[in-house]
Design a protein around this ligand. Structure first.
Ligand SMILES: [Zn+2]
Length: 471
């Protein structure tokens, strides 16, 4: 069912010619050749039918969330909400529902565990193939600072390994058109969701239709609809991620052959969890429009792209021309349809959007939070709009706050490696604060940003810790 590489190459080589043809012909050609292995588009269509106006509201909410997340560090809410800081690592509680009609579908625990491992590596940019990110995109790659773990307690409070296994008489959950959600209900031979407010439910089942692997997965976006109050949305039992059992986990022995062999690294789940946390396809799903370079995915640090990579890894693919500093399509992105070998990144802004979705729309599924002290690594901490850096040649530390409205009282302290304070509590002023540490030896120092406190001696809270190296 999926395109073989030769067909896809044929398709892209035809683009130049087709663009001279009528838009209708172009759209038809795209329609015929473009494959949708992810059910996101079908799902949104179904939701629109069920809740008229959904799409419009979804777009509106999405734009608002982008706008909000793009201003991390600018808005005072960000400063007040310490859990939002990018030094905070969130862990998400996961439950798998494995539905099987035969032993092959009852996939091993090892695959489910390595699926969690893949999610953790890819979301933290700890995957082993980051070296494949092309230089033009390296500085755009981000660490979402979101991690995943199997649930240890079930909804009744009993210990669990986070895996529900159920035999079913249903031989396949695939459909000719659209998607089915029957796998999410006991009454239909599926498995009821665990409270979607508290768990990220992942159903693993046979999604084939007439022996074809048409849809590999789909996921619900976080969202509250006006005619469907957010309270009912968040408890909607359909919330969660569905994965085809053949592509769940890394090196699943069933992800082989021309159709599934390029989806064998467990990244269908990475893509679907991206949707679950609010991301769209990188090409904005406008491949069937006459001019598909108009719509964007609303993410600033992904290039404009006209169509998905369609199971190729074509480094020369560049479907939209954006002028002088034009970039190729970011086929490295998990939200594309490139081969798993090709994918290796979420961007920084995609990371921001997902973190905003998690904190704003799905806070209950966070099982743990922790602050991870990290050195300032450009690749991972650019999100922090308060910049902290030493100027060793001038023996000073600079704390730069963009010219935004910060109503909170913020201050900074610096400690050496054995916890001795080398810069006493100093109020951070707008724009730039210069710290001159007392005599010190070269080594690592910890810069601590606090809110509150100050002259009135009210309690202060640590909101960030950053390690820096002083000469
Ligand atoms: Zn998708």
């Amino acid at each position: 069912m999926f395109n073989k590489p030769i067909k896809s190459l044929y398709y892209f080589s035809l683009l130049g010619i087709l663009s001279l043809c009528s838009p209708k012909l172009l759209a038809q050609q795209a329609d015929q050749d473009f494959q949708e292995p992810c059910g996101q588009v079908d799902l949104l269509k179904q939701l629109e039918n069920k809740y008229p106006g959904f799409k419009q509201q979804y777009d509106k909410d999405y734009l608002q969330s982008i706008k909000r997340s793009a201003s991390v560090g600018k808005r005072k809410r960000i400063v007040k909400d310490t859990t939002y800081f990018y030094d905070t690592i969130y862990t998400v509680r996961v439950v798998f529902h494995v539905l099987y009609n035969n032993s092959a579908e009852n996939i091993n625990d090892s695959l489910l565990k390595n699926q969690i491992e893949v999610l953790n590596q890819d979301f933290r940019r700890l995957n082993s193939d980051t070296f494949k990110t092309r230089n033009v995109f390296k500085s755009r790659a981000g660490d979402t600072r979101i991690e995943f773990e199997l649930a240890t307690v079930d909804p009744s409070g009993n210990p669990t390994n986070g895996i529900v296994r159920k035999a079913t008489s249903v031989t396949s959950w695939g459909t000719a058109n659209g998607i089915s959600e029957l796998m999410k209900y006991d009454a239909n031979g599926g498995s009821n969701a665990w409270d979607p407010k508290k768990y990220m439910n992942i159903w693993v089942c046979d999604m084939t239709f007439q022996n074809q692997d048409r849809i590999l997965g789909f996921a619900y976006p976080p969202y509250g609809h006006p005619s469907w109050p957010s309270s009912s949305w968040t408890t909607d039992p359909n919330q969660g991620v569905v994965l085809h059992y053949k592509v769940t986990g890394r090196n699943n022995p069933r992800s082989t052959g021309a159709n599934l062999g390029t989806s064998n690294k467990g990244r269908v789940a990475v893509h679907e969890v991206g949707h679950y946390l609010g991301l769209r396809h990188i090409w904005a799903d406008d491949q069937f429009m006459a001019n598909r370079c108009i719509l964007d995915d609303y993410i600033d640090d992904t290039p404009l792209q006209g169509v998905g990579a369609n199971f190729t890894c074509n480094l020369t693919q560049n479907t939209c021309w954006s002028g002088q500093d034009d970039l190729p399509d970011m086929i490295e992105n998990y939200m594309d349809y490139s081969t798993h070998d090709c994918q290796n990144l979420f961007t920084r802004q995609q990371s921001q959007v997902m973190r905003a979705a998690l904190v704003d729309s799905r806070p209950g599924i966070i099982s743990r939070t922790r602050i991870e002290e990290r050195m300032r690594i450009f690749d991972t901490t650019i999100y922090d709009k308060i910049l902290i850096y030493p100027v060793n040649s001038e023996d000073k530390i600079v704390v730069e706050m963009p010219d935004e409205e910060f109503d909170d009282l913020l201050s900074v302290e610096v400690y050496n490696s054995v916890g001795q304070q080398i810069v006493k509590n100093t109020r951070i002023s707008k724009n730039e604060t210069i710290l001159r540490p007392i005599r010190h030896s070269s080594g690592m120092y910890v810069v601590v940003i606090l809110k509150g406190g100050g002259d009135d001696q009210s309690p202060s809270t640590v909101v960030r810790k950053v390690k820096i190296f002083l000469d």
